[in-house]
Design a protein around this ligand. Sequence first.
Ligand code: SDX
Length: 433
Amino acid sequence: MNKIEIKHNNEVFDLPIVKGTENETGINIQQLRSKTNLITLDPGFKNTGSCKSSITFLDGENGILRYRGYSIESLAKNASFLEVAYLLIFGDLPLKNELDKLTNDIQDNAIIDEDLKKILDSFPRSAHPMGILSSLTSALIAFNPEKKISLSNSYKNKSEIFLYNTIVKLLAKIPILVSWVHRRRKGLSLDYGDFRNGYVENITRMMFQLPNQTYVQNNVVVNAMNKLLILHADHEQNCSTSTVRIVGSSEASLFASVSAGISALWGRLHGGANQAVIEMLEAIKNDNGDIKKYMIKAKDKSDPFRLMGFGHRVYKNFDPRAKIIKIAAHEVLKDLGINDPILEIAKSLEKEALDDEYFTSRKLYPNVDFYSGIIYKALNIPKEMFTVMFALGRVPGWIAHWREMRLNNDPIGRPRQIYIGEEFREYKKISER
Ligand code: SDX
């Protein structure tokens, strides 16, 4: 049966059923309003698909995550982050010459107009790094003006080169901006590094290189960073990626769309949760490790406190990324010789929650943010930078979705609404009100 019937006002209307690669099915309501004069209402789009996409597949009930068909487990174990970025953006794992070309093209764009440092310096030191990153990403437009490209049918071929050059600029400049934001908070010089030494290797060098010291690469740090960036690289139509798509649908530039995505990710219900998790775990530690007290708060509807790092809009099973990060947290702390009581508190909290009917009945499991902060902390990244690291990982996913949306010529995003305000009323002069 590839259609659904709706009965309304004694009329029956057909709407087509759409089926995905993994047999997910949906009702295609593109003709709903013209056929029935009805719209749908779905706050938070909990039941609404915004597009068809070939980039990432999520199965929330079974805890499955695949990028272009490859499992997150195999990519996190075997791939480099730049390989995964290429896969997400262009659709296949790169051949060696393709990866080498991308690396060289990134290095050729790994410079930032020195005037951008003046914008960075204008921020108060107390400014949150996510606000700075979003602003600097938007400012990149001023220093990289886009040549107008027509969106005619030949958009796909005529401007693929233009699109590629813009993508490479972003892949080159965002890591530099991230390292500058991190280093300025520490009062360190702002450097560039060399991506030809390895994309993630260069990111860690740019972030952790200390002046007047020979930089010694720590492979535990590089491998942990590589894994975390891969695990954060895409997650289909989440809040920030949907933001990038809808901003890009107005033909706003890739830089402007990603800047908007960074702002959306900042929220504590989304990417900001990784910082909130560590703050929650530290609060529990400083409160004599009283986990039960925080469990009660999390279940109390009159208390705004939530168990940060728990629950997910799609996963009603373990977030596969959380499973991988939990193991990696153990390994990184052991390899770095760090004994962080926060990890034990996190594990006890997880155990307590998964034994509690409130959480199990609502299918609330640890998500990607629950353990990631423990690793960032072990890598000496300040908690205010945790969501910036999430954004750095998510850039390839945002790019991939922006490119897919533009190459598909998706329409400008413009949802409808149900109006519940005042009926018509006449204007009255202030003296008559
Ligand atoms: C990310 O979408 C993505 O893919 C996002 C992401 C990505 O990679 O892009 O995976 C990254 O954002 C992960 C989520 C990080 N956020 C947090 O950890 C913040 C804490 N979690 C929650 O705020 C919440 O679980 C959300 C925001 C993640 C999901 O919210 P939903 O889907 O809107 O679910 P809901 O708020 O309607 O909750 C359903 C029920 C409610 O209780 P009842 O009304 O049924 O009684 O579960 C309760 C909620 O109160 N609940 C929680 C809870 N999360 C949900 N109760 C206590 N603690 C929590 N963490």
